[in-house]
Design a protein around this ligand. Sequence first.
Ligand code: ARG
Length: 430
Amino acid sequence: MKQAAEKVILAYSGGLDTSVCVQWIRENYGMEVITLTADLGQGIDLDEARHRALAVGASKAIVVDAKKMFVEYFAFPALQAGAIYEGEYVLATALGRPLIAKLLVDVAKEEGATAVAHGSTGKGNDQVRFDVSVNTLAPDLRIIAPVREWTMTRDQEIEYAQKHGISVPVTKKSPYSIDQNLWGRSIEAGVLEDPWTEPPDDIYAWTTDPKNAPDEPQVIEIEFEEGIPVALDRERMDGATLISKLNTIAGRHGIGRVDHLENRLVGIKSREIYEAPAATVLHKAHQMLEDMTLSKDAARFKALVSKEYADLVYNGLWFCALHQDLRAFVVSNQRYVTGTVRMKLFKGACHVIGRKSPSSLYSFSLATYDEGDQYDQEAALGFIKIHGLSQKTQAQVQLLGQTTKLKELPSVTPPKMRKDALKVATAEEQ
Ligand code: ARG
């Protein structure tokens, strides 16, 4: 009796690459391919993806609406953490990968599969995020990454697809590599690989060119509870709805375009264009509320955590214990970040124009220059004396009146060894 083929669960987007992966895995690994398509709000038709998967040779096509999970476990925690990689990237793609990996692992267990597969190349961060997450959650599962493995050029891939009856979109394949979910859209490759070239307008799908954005600003209100957005314009709604509404509103005003020359984990600098209208407005509004509700020291320390958190997410280490530690800090740190922020959206920019919070640390009677001032200005004199004391002492001894020049920078590379210092033995001597 013929042995049943082993099963592999393939993360399937519905695009050409992953469609070709189905046939390629069957041919090269002799495995049965089950596809898994997760809806993270990238705007795909799940039914269509399911039919296409079966049409290109999957034995079973699974689809899952993971929007709620994505928002609650990934996007909003990252927002609370203030996680923005290198100060530019809200991490949309990076946050989606560990969730897809987790879903792959769950389905693999359910289906008795021995492997999972994804369509990432060998040059990006996504392969790392997938592989590390799967290895962490299910070390026994084998990982197949056809695109990393095959040696086909784009044209050969299309030829391969045609040979196997895999429909190739008639329109010339976009020269860009695009990944998107509710939190944002990432675009790379093609002409974008020249950092001097302005991104052509046709790469943008979610944002209006700011010069064509409405001539009237729009004011919106976002309400947060412990760092999580719960209402838009005074209407309470679930996170996925809030984000998608805000994507439309802020996108119309041209907000959230980012041109980032980023440091990939795999050692390459790459130029990526992002569109993240909702995430941009939410991060900004959230920060504005933190400015009102966090003490100076809490805010300063939180900024360190934000950076660590962003690096950890970017580097694919979502499922590590340090993440749990940082998350615990963030949750605690966010317990007073409750309130409402009013933002003005206009031609590509968003600005805070008002904020209020029941936990506000802003005190009118301390800040005012008008009547009602309760600040003790005389106490400032003594404070200034003590605050500047150490600097004043140092200046008198070390700085004032001295003309010492800076020394040449020490080199960290030792000089070449002199020839006579090299002890050389040849084989004959031995
Ligand atoms: N550079 C970003 C990251 O590593 C986005 C990668 C998205 N992939 C793409 N096909 N554009 O998270």
